[in-house]
Design a protein around this ligand. Structure first.
Ligand SMILES: [Zn+2]
Length: 155
């Protein structure tokens, strides 16, 4: 397999927390390395506390093995730190269509009506990665990815 083929397979592996987003769109694929007998994949862990890393690892291994890579090694790197800035534009669009506002510092625009009359309802969403917001314009709650710009530790 070539590295481009590996990336194409990884683009089909979705984030378990946000199924509309592939791990490539999420920006956690730091490097792939092709060997004659297999593939090394280097990923960046996203949110501290997200229990998704093992699920991601298993999904990557099975997707690549299904595509014909005999041996797949997945390594989570501790550096560089993953930040929400690494999410691709395609990923941000996918988030928005899933009803999740993109991370950022300013008040997020409502993914349903684009109003910026929004406020944070709760610091904790359904997962540690997300926050719940409320739109004062169309009266819909929505979620936003928690902005993350600091380093995360791997336990
Ligand atoms: Zn709205």
């Amino acid at each position: 397999m070539t590295e481009a083929e590996v990336m194409a397979v990884l683009a089909t592996v979705n984030d378990p927390e946000i199924p509309v987003l592939s791990i490539v769109e999420l920006g956690i694929v730091e490097q792939v390395r092709c060997r004659t007998d297999g593939v090394d994949v280097f990923l960046l862990p996203t949110f501290a506390g997200c229990p998704a890393l093992e699920l991601i690892r298993r999904a990557v291994v099975s997707a690549l093995q299904a595509a014909g890579a005999p041996q797949v090694a997945v390594t989570f790197l501790t550096a560089p730190a993953w930040t929400t800035d690494r999410i691709t534009q395609q990923g941000l669009d996918a988030l928005s269509s899933f009803g999740i506002a993109a991370p950022g510092d300013a008040a997020p625009a409502c993914p349903y009506c684009q109003s910026t009359q929004t406020r944070r309802e709760s610091a904790f969403g359904p997962t540690l990665c997300r926050q719940v917001y409320y739109c004062d314009s169309c009266h819909q709650p929505f979620e936003r990815m928690k902005p993350l710009t600091m380093a995360v530790k791997v336990r």
